[in-house]
Ligand binder design. Structure first.
Ligand code: UT7
Length: 333
């Protein structure tokens, strides 16, 4: 809470996924893999894949509209839109286009990139704006279409990713802060473990002046290093947010980690002594949807009536950057 006593509550959640399904069986026709290998090593059975008619903007706007409708708030009431994504339709940003598509005419809109940690980072930015009294209603979207950036000949990474979008509406409240704690981290030393990078080549422009002209290369990943990083850093950051919020592990109702790999979810839960029934997992159906994975799973479990008002949820994102972070929210008003 700030001195003014303003806190944050989440008043609505929504999500959207493409209808096309890519199964492990189908993947084994593209690369040398098998349903058995993917299932046992990752827990993923299928993922959703956007077709050419879909865009990051259209998927994100659909999730945003669902969240607005659940929140029963008009788009004109939104003050700020933060789009967490690494796969924007436009390098200048896609948030403004979403603003127009959903009719949030008053809102300021910008993109935020922190890979698979993007949603947790964006939620923290929203909390800061709300607690400072700058904005009252903020739409936070996590959306990614990684299928467009995957190297479909690399069996060590292409099996992991899927497409999706999720969104929440955050609102200022003076009746108790529902954003209990948050911690964010970055470590550029391990930046080369997971990249979707621009590679430039020398291109003569005029006289002796040259520019670096090139293009983005597909995702490269050192899976083992990312795995090790996740199971070391995620439990640590969760312990930190629990300490900050003055909560014990037993007081957590749900552990909602970025949906990267079932083995990572299990290892983190085990380290923290959190029983499997409190661990939210939907990666079997969607794979790793990057910035979308947390709000997508949140929305699904709210619609299934599993997450109930008053429940304490620990969210944790981790991924490229390397970046990682955790937040504790309490569901409901
Ligand atoms: O948002 C963050 C995004 N990234 C991640 O979350 C990645 C985290 N890392 C992981 O999830 C795991 O490291 C992977 C799923 C990527 C790989 O699992 P692993 O248990 O670490 O496998 P590995 O890399 O140690 O490979 C074991 C074997 C190797 O064969 P050899 O050298 O033992 O003969 C690989 O060549 O499995 C082979 N392999 C495959 N075999 C069949 C690697 N990928 C595949 C595949 N199908 N798709």
């Amino acid at each position: 809470m700030t001195q003014a006593g303003v806190g944050l509550k989440i008043i609505g959640c929504g999500s959207a996924t493409p209808t096309q399904i890519l199964t492990n069986e189908q993947l084994s026709q593209i690369v040398d893999t098998s349903d058995e290998w993917i299932t046992t090593r990752t827990g993923i059975s299928q993922r959703r894949i956007a077709d050419a008619s879909q865009s990051l903007t259209s998927l994100a706007a659909k999730a945003a509209q669902a969240a607005l409708s659940k929140a029963q708030i008009s788009p004109e009431a939104i003050d700020l839109i933060i789009l967490a994504t690494s796969t924007t339709d436009d390098l200048f940003g896609s948030a403004s286009k979403i603003q127009t598509l959903i009719g949030a005419n008053r809102a300021v809109a910008f993109d935020l990139t922190a890979a698979c940690s993007g949603f947790v980072f964006a939620l923290n930015v929203a909390a800061s704006f709300i607690r400072s009294g700058t904005y009252e209603n903020i739409l936070v979207i996590g959306a990614d279409i990684l299928s467009r950036w995957v190297d479909w000949s690399d069996r060590t990474s292409c099996i992991l990713f899927g497409d999706g979008a999720g969104a929440v509406v955050c609102q200022a409240t003076k009746q108790g802060d529902r954003f209990l704690a948050c911690e964010l981290y970055s470590d550029g030393c391990q930046n080369n473990c997971l990249n979707l990078s621009y590679q430039s080549e020398s291109y003569p422009l005029v006289d002796s002046l040259e520019i670096g002209k090139g293009h983005f290369h597909p995702i490269t990943m050192n899976g083992k290093e990312v795995y090790r990083f996740a199971i070391a850093k995620v439990p640590e950051v969760i312990e930190k947010v629990l300490f900050k919020a003055n909560l014990k592990v037993e007081e957590i109702d749900w552990l909602l980690l970025h949906q990267a790999n079932q083995r990572i979810l299990d290892a983190v839960a085990e380290k923290l002594n959190i029983p499997p029934e409190k661990v939210i997992s939907n990666l079997k159906k969607y794979g790793n949807t990057s910035a979308a994975s947390i709000p997508l799973a949140l929305d699904e479990n709210i619609r299934l009536n599993k997450i109930k008002p008053g429940d304490v949820i620990v969210l944790a994102g981790f991924g490229a950057g390397l970046t990682w972070g955790a937040a504790i929210i309490q569901w409901g008003e």
